[in-house]
Design a protein around this ligand. Structure first.
Ligand code: O7E
Length: 219
C-alpha cells in the first residue's frame, strides 16, 4: 500500500530520525512553530537533506495576495502551500494561485478544520471559492468524516488531506475510509518515545483499516 501519512512537523525532529522515517511517509508538513523555533535557514537545510515526496508549508495563509506572495517567495524550497479559503478570491487567492502556478507549486485550501469550534455555516461559500480556485488539494478535519465523503463526491479530482488523527481524537484510517487521500499526523508520532516504530505501527493500523473499508471508499 502507498504511504498515506503526512507528518506534521510542528516541532524539531532530528535528521537521523527523519531519514529513517522518509520511506514511511508521503509528505512532510512544515508548521509555523517549527520555523519560529529553528529559523527559516535551518528548516530549508533540513528539508534539503530528506527525500520525501511532498513538502508542504502550512502557515494557513489568510491575507491579501501581495503579502501571501511575499511569504511564499521566501519558501520556494517547498512543493506546496496551505491557505484559508474564507479570504475569498479577488485580490487574494487568485493572485496567490497564479503565482504558485507560475512557480510550479501547489496550493491547498482549508475547507473545514478539525476542532469543534469551527463554524461550518460558511461551507457553501467555501465550496464556491474552491470551485473558482481549483486548488491541488483541500484540508478537511478527520473528525468530520461525513464532510470528507461529501466533498470527495463533489470534488472528485481534488486531493483531500485530513488532520485531527490520534491526539485530537480521530481514529487512524477513518478519514481515508471516508475518502481522504492522506492523514496528517503530528504529536502521535513526534512525541512518541520511538517515533520510527510508532509511525510503522500507525501505518500498519491504517493499512488494516483501509483493507476493511475498501468497498466503502467513495470513488
Ligand atoms: O494534532 P496533531 O499533533 O496530530 O497535529 C495536527 C496538525 O494538523 C497540526 O500541524 C495542525 O496545525 C494541523 N491542522 C489541524 O490540526 N486541524 C486543522 O483543521 C487543520 C490543520 C492543518 O494542517 O491545516 C492545514 C493542512
Amino acid at each position: 500500500m502507498k504511504n498515506r501519512v503526512i507528518l506534521a512537523m510542528d516541532k524539531y525532529i532530528p535528521l537521523e530520525i527523519l531519514s529513517e522515517i522518509e520511506s514511511e511517509v508521503y509528505g512532510l508538513k512544515i508548521g509555523l512553530p517549527l520555523v519560529l523555533d529553528l529559523g527559516l535557514e535551518k528548516v530549508r537545510n533540513l528539508v534539503k537533506e530528506v527525500n520525501i515526496e511532498e513538502i508542504i508549508v502550512d502557515f494557513k495563509l489568510a491575507d491579501i495576495g501581495y503579502v501571501m506572495k511575499s511569504v511564499v517567495e521566501k519558501m520556494l524550497f517547498a512543493d506546496s502551500f496551505i491557505a484559508h479559503s474564507f479570504i475569498g478570491v479577488k485580490g487574494s487567492l487568485d493572485e496567490l494561485k497564479s503565482y504558485l502556478d507560475e512557480k510550479g507549486k501547489g496550493l491547498y485550501l482549508v475547507a473545514s478544520m478539525s476542532h469543534s469550534g469551527w463554524n461550518n455555516s460558511f461551507l457553501s461559500y467555501i465550496k464556491e471559492v474552491i470551485k473558482e480556485i481549483n486548488p491541488k488539494g483541500i484540508v478537511i478535519g478527520a473528525t468530520k468524516t461525513d464532510l470528507i465523503s461529501s466533498f470527495k463526491r463533489e470534488f472528485s479530482s481534488i486531493k483531500i488531506i485530513s488532520p485531527g488523527v490520534g491526539v485530537q481524537g480521530a481514529n487512524y484510517g477513518d478519514a481515508i475510509c471516508a475518502g481522504a487521500d492522506f492523514e496528517i499526523i503530528g504529536r502521535s508520532i513526534y512525541t512518541a518515545k520511538d517515533p520510527v516504530n510508532q509511525l510503522k505501527s500507525i501505518n500498519k493500523i491504517i493499512e488494516d483499516r483501509v483493507m476493511n473499508c475498501k468497498g466503502r471508499v467513495p470513488k
